[in-house]
Write a protein of this length. Structure first.
Lengths: 329, 433
């Protein structure tokens, strides 16, 4: 559907959403990320792939983890990085958004990493920047968070290998979750056996089945026999909108406890995009337990974001790997 | 004062009078229809329009067009939009009261009419505010506004949240047999929504408006209409279920009518694609099933008019993330082409389509416009039903270029528009030119 992120030769120009990416492209990014893992383990954690390039982290919405991992990823690729946190409010108009971008692009920025609280913000910017400027979506409203989904796929692949046989459950506030939407597109494209979404109906979008998932309202039934449990963060502000009755009731019904996790396969892994609300959507015993891969997710996030930046700015991923090999030689 | 005009050789379609055939139309110097088929005795045409191959019909009556003046002149002006109206074959239009200031005083109503009169393009009939400043609290001086030329009363897109106020407004309007225009949408269910609650909202993660936002409000309003007996008109239906509810109310004999916008008959939520803000409208574009029901409602007579719901915007209004962009389509110049498309698709006959744009909306307003019998005001639209053309920005007369139909190909283009017997629009380039 989304043609905006490809150039006229079909090459990925922006990274806005997983929707529309081929299985090949996704696997290519995962392979490239794999080759970048070692960079973080070296004493000198830098490759010169993006030397002389300018990356602007343009965050209209607060973030620590995502912004930091993007910054580290860009620096490890030797890019110059500028972080801009622009306080935004619902009254902030799009003109301001595009004007902000135009001003920064006049400073010869090569890549914007954009986070905004409105769905479609990254698309809007991508549609209005000159051809040499690239956009990576670091989260737009409830729409997409494609780099998060990619690092989740990387983490699943590290632990589970093939995607085809996997049954995956995504649990929590699907309605407002950009992470869930991107995960669903990625998992579908990678051909997993089954995707379940587990939540009360107030936290599921109407027509969620059209996304290719099976809704479950009972968490134990939803986790029965799954290989992967992907938890979502429940925003505190959802407490006030009559979406759930109370944190206690939510935790009792949809919080991931060791008891509920027992319904999944014994070797099931647990992911969470962070930051976690311990005691609300996840019990500490699970978050810190042997099935949790939550911290490796963060580490993998750097390599995955390096791979995406390299793919978009540095030519093809093969090319990127080649240049990295030359550097290592 | 105009000059006597003969329109010769065209296919005259005047659905109100059951006319459809090759008849010449004679217009006297006072701007009235003087003869059909045969020139009245002693008629001397000062100008003859050769309408061979063209359709001659009453000028279109548009139930809702925002002209943006006063208060929002950065979007458009009376002059710019009235020129656009006649370029679209529209000779009479209703201006909703959500100008700044609001049309809630006779002075405002008169000011808009007199300014429009001075430009001399289309006739403008103001819709008076139902409540002061559209706040939903205090009734306006409806009788005085009626005297000042308001043809109906509405709170426009601002909801009357307090049901008691709505009841009183309807009762008061019913006292004087005034028509109330309703935009039935429950503000709580709408919340901060910006598109239909369905597959597209699920995919794009946009705040959504459920079908019930319309049906809950239509149900409330129908109950109040039932009790007060007010003549009510439902504006811009968007859901299949609301069409059913109105049909049922009409069967029970309630004095209710309804319209639909031209774009809701063609577009669905799918047209939003990847955040196309040109498809951000209120009420939202809904599912294919809803669109089919709106079309059936039109054919079955439940929906009695097609309107443009013209809302011109400056470009920046649409250059924002979808939910922050301003809703609305610049629709004056696509009202006729989009309606003709329904004829090409086999949904309506040409006379049926013209009726929905002329005497039927006029009847809802209680106006005599929209018909071309001898003695009627000569508001005439003459269009080439065969000409194919593409909508481009430089073709648009409206200041608002906000339309999802840019680049679309249409068949049927306005060639001449007459208002009160005066030629107010003539297309520059003839067919094929």
């Amino acid at each position: 559907m989304t043609q905006l992120q490809f150039d006229e030769n079909g090459k990925l120009k922006h990274f806005l959403t997983i929707e529309g990416l081929s299985r090949r492209t996704i696997l290519q990014i995962l392979d490239t990320a794999k080759s970048f893992i070692s960079v973080g383990q070296r004493e000198i954690k830098k490759v010169p792939l993006l030397r002389g390039r300018t990356v602007v982290n343009l965050f209209f919405e607060a973030s620590t983890r995502t912004r930091t991992t993007f910054e580290i990823a860009a620096k490890r690729l030797s890019a110059d990085v500028i972080n801009l946190n622009i306080a935004t409010s619902s009254t902030n108009k799009g003109e301001t958004l595009l004007d902000t971008v135009r001003n920064l692009e006049a400073m010869h920025t090569d890549l914007f990493v954009v986070r905004h609280n409105r769905s479609g913000a990254a698309h809007l910017i991508a549609a209005h920047v000159p051809p040499h400027v690239h956009i990576i979506n670091a989260g737009d409203g409830s729409h997409a968070h494609p780099t998060q989904a990619m690092l989740d796929m990387f983490t699943i692949r590290e632990h589970k290998g093939d995607f085809e046989p996997l049954k995956v459950a995504i649990v929590g506030d699907i309605l407002h979750s950009r992470v869930a939407r991107s995960q669903i597109h990625a998992l579908r494209t990678l051909g997993v056996a089954e995707i379940r979404v587990v939540a009360p109906r107030t936290l599921l979008p109407t027509g969620v089945e059209s996304l290719g998932v099976v809704p479950y309202y009972d968490m134990r039934a939803g986790l029965e026999g799954v290989d992967v449990v992907m938890m979502l963060r429940l925003q505190r502000e959802r407490m006030t909108g009559a979406l759930i009755p109370s944190p206690q009731e939510y935790f009792n019904l949809y919080g991931l406890t060791p008891d509920k996790l027992r319904y999944a396969k014994p070797d099931a892994i647990v992911l969470h995009p962070g930051p976690m609300n311990r005691g609300l959507e996840i019990d500490s015993a699970v978050a810190d337990g042997p099935q949790s891969v939550i911290l490796p997710q963060v580490t993998n996030g750097i390599a995955v974001r390096m791979a995406i930046m390299a793919l978009i700015l540095g030519g093809s991923a093969d090319n990127a790997r080649g240049r990295r090999a030359e550097d290592a030689a | 004062m105009s000059s006597a005009i003969a329109v010769k050789g065209g296919r005259l379609i005047d659905p109100a009078n059951g006319v459809d055939g090759e008849h010449d139309l004679y217009i006297d110097a006072d701007g009235f229809v003087a003869g059909i088929g045969q020139a009245p005795a002693g008629f001397v045409a000062e100008r003859t329009i050769d309408a061979t191959g063209l359709v001659v019909c009453p000028g279109l009556v548009d139930l809702r067009a925002r002209l943006r003046e006063p208060g929002l002149e950065h979007k458009a002006t009376l002059e710019s939009e009235l020129k656009a109206a006649v370029a679209g074959g529209i000779t009479t239009l209703c201006c909703p009261p959500d100008t700044r200031p609001v049309i809630d005083t006779p002075a405002m109503a008169q000011m808009i009419q007199s300014r429009a009169w001075r430009f001399g393009y289309a006739f403008v009939h103001p819709l008076g505010a139902l409540t002061r400043d559209l706040e939903g609290k205090q009734l306006t001086d409806m009788e005085a506004l009626d005297e000042a030329g308001c043809v109906a009363f509405t709170n426009a897109l601002a909801p009357v949240i307090d049901t008691l106020v709505m009841r009183r407004a309807m009762e008061y309007a019913a006292t004087f047999d005034l028509v109330v225009f309703l935009h039935s949408e429950d503000p709580w269910l709408r919340a901060n929504g910006c598109c239909h609650e369905g597959e597209v909202a699920a995919r794009l993660g946009l705040p959504a408006i459920p079908e019930a936002a319309e049906t809950v409000a239509v149900a409330r309003d129908l109950a109040l209409i039932d009790q007060t007996g007010v003549r009510a008109h439902f504006c811009g239906l968007s859901t299949a279920r609301a069409v059913e509810m109105i049909a049922e109310a009409q069967r029970r004999g309630l004095p209710v009518t309804a319209d639909v916008t031209a774009h809701h008959l063609h577009l669905t939520e799918d047209d939003i694609g990847d955040f196309n803000t040109q498809c951000h409208v209120q009420p939202p574009l809904r599912s294919r099933r809803d669109r089919e029901a709106l079309r059936r409602g039109l054919v079955g007579g439940v929906i009695g008019a097609i309107c443009s719901d013209h809302q011109p915007h400056e470009p920046d209004a649409k250059l924002a993330p979808f939910s922050e962009s301003e809703p609305g389509i610049s629709g004056l110049e696509t009202l006729l082409p989009l309606t003709l498309r329904l004829v090409h698709e086999g949904l309506l006959t040409l006379p049926e389509a013209i009726a929905l744009l002329t005497h039927k909306p006029a009847d809802i307003l209680g106006l005599e416009s929209g018909r071309l019998n001898v003695g009627a005001t000569a508001d005439v639209c003459i269009f080439d039903p065969a000409e194919r053309w593409r909508l481009t920005e430089d073709r648009l007369v409206s200041r608002g270029h906000n339309t999802p139909f840019l680049g679309a190909e249409f068949q049927g283009r306005v060639r001449y528009t007459l208002v009160g017997g005066r030629l107010v629009y003539e297309a520059d380039v003839p067919a094929g030119g």
